[in-house]
Design a binder for this molecule. Structure first.
Ligand SMILES: [Zn+2]
Length: 74
């Protein structure tokens, strides 16, 4: 028996089988669209600087951070 799941992108029933390499999506296109939307949104959130003041800051909340300093100070 073949189990089908609704494609998260287009809602079409797609076969949830090893033969369907894009499962749970119905096609490569739908899979790419969903991943693209998810990745771009995630990237935008992650890339948004908390204060946007220092453009030279490599990454917000990087290694260590205030927590490590506070623990070491006290
Ligand atoms: Zn689809």
């Amino acid at each position: 028996m073949t189990r089908t799941v609704p494609c998260p992108t287009c809602r079409q029933p797609s076969p949830f089988t090893p033969a369907n390499r894009w499962r749970p999506f119905c096609s490569e296109r739908c899979r790419g669209m969903d991943l693209g939307a998810w990745a771009s949104e995630d990237y935008r959130v992650a890339a948004a600087p908390p204060q946007g003041d220092d453009a030279d800051t490599p990454a917000p909340g990087g290694a260590g951070g205030p927590d490590t300093d506070a623990r070491t100070a006290s």
